[in-house]
Design a protein around this ligand. Sequence first.
Ligand code: NOJ
Ligand code: NOJ
Length: 631
Amino acid sequence: MFSLAAFAIFVGVAATYEFPGPAPPDRNVGAQIVANIGPNGLRTSAQPYADIIVPGAVVAAPYLEDVYNYTWTRDAALTLQYLVELYERDLNQQLKNIIEEYRYLQPILMNLDTPAFHRPSPMVFETGETLGEAKYNVDGTPYLGDWCRPQGDGPASRANALMRYAQWALDNNEREYIRHYHWPIIRNDLNFIVSWWNESMCDLWEETQGYSFYTRMVQYKALLFGLNIAKDLGVSDDNPSVVKWVQIAPNMRCSFESFWQPEYNHIIANREAPNDRTQMAMDTVLASVHVFDPAQGCDPGVFTPCSDKALRNFKRVEDEFRYYAEYKINEGIPEDKPVHLGRYAEDDYKGGNPWYLLMFGAAEFLFDAAIVWDQLGKIEVTEISLPFFQQHVGNITVGMYSAEDEEFDFIVEKVRNYGYQYLMLGNSMIPAHSDGINEQYSRDTGKPCSVRHLTWSYTAYGTARDRAFGILDRPWFASGPAQDSADQIKPQDQCDLGSLASDFNWDNPEFGYPPLVAKEKKPSSPPLEKEDTQDDDRLKARSMVTTSKVENDSSDYNATGGEVPEASTADVEDTATEENGSGEATTSCTTISPSEPTPSEPKVEDAGTAFLGPSVVVLTCAIGLAAAFLT
Ligand code: NOJ
Ligand code: NOJ
């Protein structure tokens, strides 16, 4: 009845999956994302926003008076990576412009003088310091306030996003362009990684220093991906940057084992973190999702989603929320059903709540695992992963289940359906008449709270929903230098975990900062001049209301309509914010949105063909694939 053919696009494997309920709704995520990007987004083009935002700035959640009114390297990169995926599917020019504006902005941000490394530590070095900065003002100036610094995952994710575009561009005669404009940015981010990967830094949740598993996973992907892209660009093997990456990648891989906690069977989210958390946290699950490539198989050495350690960790972290986190909304949920997931059980940020993007991330993790089992035609249940499987298939035992065994399909379906249930449970927490996805929803009442329209929430929904339909992103690992490097597994005792920053001569142009090559190729609307963006003006702007109806420029990724106010306060928690002076939230989870006067938010509605649901995309791709086979 709900039968929808799903194909694993890009990997050539056709699998069909029947959703056990309605297909996950479209939610217009492409348009929702674009609405949050400057300067032409539906939300960001409203005055007075439009006067200050630089092109290519992806706002975390765009309301001027918010603590999320910044462009975070991490959120922007994860989002851009998804936009490239979407771009590759429909070649929409508006998306291409955004990708180009984003690329243009990066060297500008990279060259800012920021506080990231301005602290008394051996980490102060002459150049490259700004890369550990988490976020920037939307006018392209540095954020100078207090923050958890430096952060190590942003540069890696940015490189991953740019390399994802490079993959497409290299197939489409843009090699010189990529070499000239993208490569210096990518190279710089990768050199930041090899310099500082084994230093204690702030984690992705911006809360604790330590050695973050998530950070290391995205960094590892970036290095290996970089080796493949370097080869495709014709960069020679003895290029000094490439030599470093080749040297560090196997050491990095060898260090992953140190994140496994064998006694309690979980991944340690942050090693040597100066706090008393259990270090069981959802970012360890996100890590496997954000670096996913089916070609890596079920490899516990790098915690791929279908590997025994990643699966056991998934259950362990899930159990934190099922049994320990004291979420009222999780009470009474049967053990074989999904629960509401937050960052980690001890979280008290805005009271500590479930996050939409983590619900969608959990779903994606399970879809990814199922996709690889289907491809491999086998599932290995080990002592380590057994409890995960038992939760779904009660009487299962340790062993190898191959596609010929009758249990095989049953197990894969169970896990995939569990992913579907996560996706739909997260979905069900979005109020019916609202098209907006917040960051969190209350652990007590289930009502949306924290910031509205969090860009990352849309991105996470988009990727998870696509995987539900079997649509994969392009592989980044595949074969080539990345695979060769991954094959060089070293025994633990031969890991070289030293920081190699001192080996770097940042004056060497092959290592150093990218010059502002961006200046040579301006995207349509240039960044604002400095004098337009004085702090006073920005402060004034902050006190004004931010959103209003904006003209639809008729492009597909822009919304139509525009005057329907959404999610009334009846559906969300009380709109008063509870930020203290330092911008940090206090205890309870409230919705942050413009308060004075009540805004009429622009509404992102169904915008036609650019938002073809994946079923249509699947069909199109399937026709494409068929055509490819026939020719
Ligand atoms: C803001 C950070 O972005 C968030 O991750 C953190 O939880 C809060 N500050 C509280 O420290
Ligand atoms: C807080 C989250 O902890 C962090 O990961 C994110 O980058 C920022 N909010 C912005 O969305």
